[in-house]
Design a protein around this ligand. Structure first.
Ligand SMILES: Cc1cc2nc3c(=O)[nH]c(=O)nc-3n(C[C@H](O)[C@H](O)[C@H](O)COP(=O)(O)OP(=O)(O)OC[C@H]3O[C@@H](n4cnc5c(N)ncnc54)[C@H](O)[C@@H]3O)c2cc1C
Length: 635
């Protein structure tokens, strides 16, 4: 028997460093190795993604391909244009493949797809090797050690992790790669169904993704945005992807030992921009351009060296990565329903406005489809204004505009806009917000997005719905002068700082001086020199939402309840005699100042401060290495 002929299938691991799967492929001592990426139509058409994220993905592919070429000038990342489920059986035969190797993916859709590919490989006599490397621990092993249940808190995650064993240390990048073998593609290409195309609005009608199996020049080149039907001009983010940039950024972050060792997430400033106050490594982790284990061990080793004064989970950098693993393991246990309320036994049922329509999708027969019922024209208007960054609340609008333009906002900014859309303002379904984030985030990660939206809407992971972010006080706490608002809401640039978060309170003279009028709803672009009036009285809406949350909690339905599925939940809520439009007469609500950000449940579980909420206190703003760099430039 000859030496192995190996396809290494790159997917969510666009890197060479710390790749247990790539190491397993090289340990086979292959005669030939093809580094392959193939466009999966599920991600091309059925997952929403704006142009910024497509550009980021292509950045990661280009960088990886260059790194492969540096190791072996005959090789590169070979990109094929066909669904893996139809392509691989043909490649196995045409290229005489003996092994298929890839990194494990625990996303709901990917799991199903990989099952199909593995079965096809076995049928073709091809051996499949997979390794975990996308998370700190193998998510399936965590679930097994947690009794088959989802990890719903950091404490549970840590307990399950201890049973699995130590987080593996990172392994170095390979120093050589074998030559690729011949690559005949004289078989018939199966072209996927492009409909429905959830990205049609971005694509502009010139989609050539599947025009030729080996690309326009037949050389398996990495696609351009144009080939995928997108316009490069639409890519507005300054953030660019790739392993080379990721490793450089990691180096910079850990060069500032005090910043990295004492990092406390709740003390990082959501209004900091250019540079931001956290690492901005999430899109790199999403595309696998950075190994989470390398990141973790850099942080953990530093903390041990730093000693007294170093931060600890959940606020520390290691704690942030634990949150990521917690959501991945929760998703691995729950499967497709994790991304929705319907059929999700861990997700509370709240009768939010704009509920999803359930239809058959690629991700599972009962998964939500992305389309929704407009049960309230007013909630629909509020949702559209939220998405457009035209709510009339400048802090919320600034964040939403930054998100659309750059594809990234700070975690506490995500808290503020998510709370506002759901339980702290609009009472719109968290799945609507998750849809928008899916479209715009560079780091969109199905597990982290759904999990965090559930957290923020108090439907799972977190239940302190009486803590609510004020769109005024929360912004003021971090950025009294409103520099962040001025950056993203230029209509208000000239406004006195007393009114920058509440322009509707400014006198006519103050508005005239700033050259702005408060009018309209901001939809349809708005007129020059205008900024919309706030779309509701926030205090009133907060009370109404809290009353409704209290009612929903007392009724206590979860997404898998038959009454949720058959619609009889309505009778229960009607009998309870309260709708979300009626308010509480107050008293029990509290401004969330983000101080406890993600750790309130953790503190409760550990008996630290018994989960008590604290009224606004000013936390010292933590500077990041980029802050200091920027300061240096200024002096
Ligand atoms: C409503 C909402 C939606 C979100 N959607 C996503 C998403 O789709 N993808 C995503 O990666 N993160 C998501 N997050 C989590 C978090 O906001 C981002 O991971 C973080 O802001 C990324 O910035 P950073 O890399 O500077 O984070 P840092 O603070 O530097 O943290 C380091 C890394 O830890 C991980 N991390 C930090 N916080 C979380 C968290 N709460 N949950 C999971 N991982 C975390 C990220 O991988 C991050 O890169 C969401 C948060 C909210 C509130």
């Amino acid at each position: 028997m000859g030496k192995p002929r190996v396809i290494y299938w790159f997917r969510t691991d666009l890197r060479l460093h710390d790749s247990p799967a790539l190491k397993a492929a090289l340990d086979l001592d292959p005669a030939v190795l093809w580094p392959v990426f193939t466009w999966d139509p599920h991600y091309v058409y059925r997952v929403k993604g704006g142009v910024n994220r497509w550009q980021y993905l292509l950045d990661c592919q280009n960088d990886l391909s260059e790194s492969i070429q540096k190791l072996n000038s005959k090789s590169k990342l070979f990109v094929l244009r066909e669904a893996p489920q139809t392509l691989f059986p043909k490649l196995f035969k045409a290229w005489n493949v003996t092994h298929l190797v890839f990194e494990k993916d625990t996303d709901a859709y990917a799991k199903e797809r990989d099952k199909v590919v593995i079965a096809l490989a076995e049928k073709a006599g091809v051996q499949v090797i997979t390794r975990s490397g996308r998370t700190l621990w193998d998510s399936d092993e965590l679930v097994a050690k947690h009794g088959g249940k989802p990890t719903m808190s950091i404490t549970q995650l840590q307990a399950a992790g201890r049973k699995v064993g130590q987080i593996p240390r990172p392994i170095p990048a390979p120093t050589y790669l074998p030559d690729p073998g011949d690559m005949p593609v004289e078989f018939e290409q199966d072209k996927p169904d492009a409909e429905p195309d959830l990205n049609a609005t971005h694509r502009g009608g010139n989609d050539k993704t599947y025009a030729n199996i080996a690309g326009p020049n037949g050389d398996f080149a990495i696609a351009t945005l144009q080939e995928l039907g997108f316009s490069a001009e639409e890519a507005s983010t300054p953030h660019r992807g790739g392993e080379t940039i990721a490793l450089k950024r990691l180096q910079e972050i850990f060069a500032d030992e005090e910043y990295a060792a004492t990092f406390q997430k709740p003390k990082t400033n959501p209004a900091a921009f250019e540079p931001q106050s956290t690492t901005l490594l999430s899109p790199m982790l999403h595309f696998g351009a950075l190994s989470p284990r390398l990141f973790y061990w850099r942080a953990q080793d530093l903390v041990e060296k730093y000693g007294k004064g170093a931060s600890t989970p959940p606020e520390s950098l290691t704690g942030q990565l634990l949150f990521r693993d917690m959501y991945f393991a929760a998703q691995a246990a729950i499967g497709p329903p994790f991304a929705q309320t319907l059929n999700n036994s861990y997700c509370r049922f709240i009768p939010w406005h704009l509920p999803s329509k359930a239809e058959a999708t690629d991700a599972g027969s009962t998964a939500v489809s992305g389309s929704y019922h407009v049960d309230s024209p007013q909630a629909e208007r509020w949702f559209r204004r939220w998405k457009a960054g035209a709510t009339g609340f400048p802090f919320v609008d600034a964040l939403m505009r930054q998100l659309r333009a750059e594809g990234w906002i700070h975690h506490l900014g995500r808290h503020a806009v998510a709370c506002f859309l759901t339980r702290g303002g609009c009472y719109v379904h968290w799945e609507r917000g998750a849809d928008v984030f899916e479209e715009w985030l560079l780091d969109h990660e199905p597990a982290c997005n759904a999990g965090n939206w559930q957290w923020l809407s108090c439907t799972a992971f977190y239940s302190q719905y009486f803590r609510c972010y004020s769109p005024v006080a929360f912004g003021q706490k971090w950025d009294r002068k409103g520099e962040f608002v001025r950056r993203w809401v230029p209509e208000l640039r000239g406004l006195d700082e007393r009114f920058i978060y509440e322009p509707w309170k400014a006198s006519r003279a103050a508005l005239d001086k700033a050259g702005v009028r408060i009018e309209g709803d901001g939809l349809g672009g708005g007129e020059d020199g205008t900024y919309p009036a706030p779309m509701f009285d926030f205090a009133e809406r907060r009370s109404a939402c809290m009353a409704a949350m209290k009612r929903a909690y007392s009724i206590g339905l979860y997404g898998n309840d038959d009454r949720v599925k058959d619609g009889t939940w309505k009778e229960l809520f009607e009998k309870a005699g309260e709708t979300e439009m009626e308010g509480l007469d107050g008293g029990s609500d509290d401004d969330d100042d983000g101080k406890h950000a993600d750790d309130a449940e953790y503190r409760k579980e550990r008996g630290i401060g018994a989960g008590k909420h604290v009224r606004s206190q000013s936390a010292a703003t933590k500077e990041g290495p980029m802050d200091r760099f920027a300061k240096k430039l200024r002096t």
